[in-house]
Design a protein around this ligand. Structure first.
Ligand code: FMN
Length: 331
């Protein structure tokens, strides 16, 4: 059983990874409905939060139905991180997660995200201070190290645990790799196999088939899988993995009618959450995958991703449902 403090996530939980501009409340709710055991918000700037930047504050919204949920924050300044913990606490997440893994230049150049992998002492100090500053569990998401020659995750994980971090999610790449190459799960397994480690160690990176999730569980012995890109436009991926765990077989991919229903609900939740303009705009990125594989679909896809009004997008969904109802998706 994987437990973050007293939050019981069950046997080998599947976690929705924090993803900027993707892991918003509507998408998290869909992933939860389709089997994610825990979800995370996209990363939120501690500096933005303390300036009360509306965009950062909006990212703190949580639906009750998506719990347990972790709010992820990033920053490198102790004072700002502590003040943002106070702000985040008020929105009552289940967990506060610290992003020590973002490889993007504008984050790293300020010493935040994966930038902190160059200063493990500061990483530990920030984590310790945040743990002491809140009653909520603090978890960490990070990478293997700064680059191939500085993979210190074994030591880092131990030290984070020692200062009270309640779980660690490890992306099996270094900062230098960005998203290139294959994620290496071996160092993550070494962390897990460290006899001193007792907090959950979640593996992340390239879990895009049920078989890979099973490998992470059975061969690498990790405590759970954090899933990012494979869920974009496929929130049902979590269900597919669980089905495979239970039966050793692949479940039927969702039918066209089910996909249209998901797309409709996704769009409606987004509109309810952030208004028509943003809701229509920000849900677009998901449709391509929702309807991937349908031949001669371009005309409909174009309408979905260029219409500015919700009623036009909904009308396109109706058309798609009528025209392609019998289309059989293959995995
Ligand atoms: C579009 C996108 C946005 C991301 N934003 C975040 C983020 O806000 N915080 C974070 O810790 N990781 C972020 N990541 C990294 C993912 O959480 C994850 O570590 C990475 O995609 C590897 O997992 P995957 O192979 O399952 O996608 C992002 C990844 C993508 C593709």
């Amino acid at each position: 059983m994987a437990k973050i403090d007293n939050i019981d996530l069950g046997e080998f939980p599947l976690l929705l990874a924090p993803m900027e501009d993707v892991s918003d409340p509507p998408f998290r709710a869909l992933c939860k409905e389709y089997g994610a055991d825990m979800v995370y918000t996209e990363f939120i700037s501690s500096e933005g939060l303390i300036r009360d930047a509306a965009k950062s504050m909006m990212k703190l919204d949580i639906y009750e139905k998506e719990r347990p949920v972790g709010i992820q924050i990033f920053g490198a300044n102790l004072e700002s991180m502590l003040r943002s913990v106070e702000i985040v606490e008020k929105t009552k997440p289940d967990v506060i997660d610290i992003n020590f893994g973002c490889p993007v230049k504008k984050v790293v150049s300020k010493g935040a995200g994966a930038g902190i992998l160059k200063d493990v002492d500061l990483m530990v100090k920030l984590t310790e201070a945040m743990v002491k500053h809140t009653n909520l569990p603090i978890t960490v998401k990070t990478r293997l190290g700064w680059d191939h020659d500085s993979i210190k995750i074994y030591e880092v994980a131990e030290r984070l645990q020692d200062v009270g971090c309640k779980a660690i999610s490890i992306h099996g790449r270094t900062r230098a790799q960005m998203y290139k190459g294959e994620a290496d799960w071996k160092p993550i397994a070494e962390v897990k196999n460290n006899p001193r480690m007792h907090i959950p160690v979640f593996g992340n990176g390239d879990v895009d088939t049920p078989e890979k999730a099973a490998l992470m569980r059975d061969e690498y012995g990790l405590d759970g899988a954090m899933i990012g890109r494979a869920s974009i436009g496929s929130p049902w991926f979590f269900k597919a993995v669980k089905h495979y765990f239970e039966t050793g077989t692949h479940c039927e991919p969702p039918s066209l009618v089910e996909r249209v229903d998901i797309a409709r609900r996704h769009l409606q939740m987004s509109i309810d959450w952030k208004g028509e303009k943003l809701g229509v705009f920000e849900t677009r990125r998901h449709y391509t995958n929702y309807f991937k594989g349908i031949p001669h679909f371009k005309e409909y896809r174009m309408k979905m991703v260029t219409s500015d009004h919700a009623e036009d997008v909904f009308a396109t969904f109706d058309e798609v449902e009528e025209k392609f109802a019998d289309y059989q998706f293959v995995e």
